[in-house]
Design a protein around this ligand. Structure first.
Ligand code: A4P
Ligand code: MG
Length: 191
């Protein structure tokens, strides 16, 4: 099993609901255990147009290789209606691999740590909510990059969800089994 961090983003359709459903979808995979999820954040588009984004980060334990995890993330994006008309186009769902264990991967289709991780408040802030002392391979502590993104608008959303099972996955309860999310209602539930 390997610990990895995934960054989720959306700014098309019911983006907030899609992110919640996507976390449930991840938790339903037998190859993934969701260890923790950050709050949802409303964020200004960075290097992109369109509406505000909703973003969050999940910490997972997985039996998948990095490439199989990427393929699964893309399959889930497709399930939630992702289209790619042009670079950084508004999207119903994006799932990026931010960190995979301590590994550094540089391949044409997969770069880990995610190359723009330290430049984006919408990634750094939820990552640090989950693990305040997180280090990034070959770059050091993640919190040292916060000052560089201080001008990027990001607002933590108060969760209206009263579902105890889904909330059990929140950052303060890291380690709760993935199945805890399975009972939550999900519009875009994975089949
Ligand atoms: N790829 C390479 N490395 C990875 C990785 N670590 N994780 C390749 C996932 N994919 C990776 O991805 C394009 C290609 O990147 C894939 O074919 C994969 O093989 P994509 O999902 O089509 O597009 P993307 O994720 O938008 O691309 P990219 O370049 O990662 O975009 P960024 O830099 O992540 O920017 N503003 C706000 N507020 N919130 C956002 O979520 N997102 C972006 C996208 C821009 N601005 C944003 C947000
Ligand atoms: Mg992506």
């Amino acid at each position: 099993m390997t610990v990895a961090y995934l960054g989720l983003g959306a700014n098309l359709g019911d983006a907030r609901q899609t992110l919640k459903d996507a976390v449930v979808c991840l938790a339903q995979q037998h190859t993934i255990a969701v260890l923790a999820k950050s709050s949802l954040y409303r964020t200004a588009p960075i290097d992109a147009g369109g509406d505000d984004y909703f973003n969050c980060v999940v910490k997972i334990d997985t039996t998948l290789t990095p490439h199989r995890l990427l393929a699964l993330c893309q399959q889930i994006e497709h399930h939630f209606g992702r289209e790619r008309p042009y670079r950084n186009a508004p999207r119903t769902l994006d799932i990026d691999i931010l960190l995979f264990d301590e590994q550094s991967i540089e391949e044409p289709d997969l770069i880990v740590p995610h190359p723009r991780l330290t430049e984006r408040a919408f990634v750094l802030v939820p990552l640090l909510e989950i693990d305040a002392a997180l280090t990034i391979p070959q770059q050091g502590r993640a919190d040292t990059f916060l000052a560089h993104v201080a001008d990027q608008r990001i607002e933590k959303m108060k969760s209206p969800c009263q579902c105890p099972m889904l909330n059990a996955l929140s950052a303060n309860d890291a380690g709760e089994p993935a199945d805890a999310a399975n009972g939550a209602s999900a519009k875009g539930r994975c089949s």
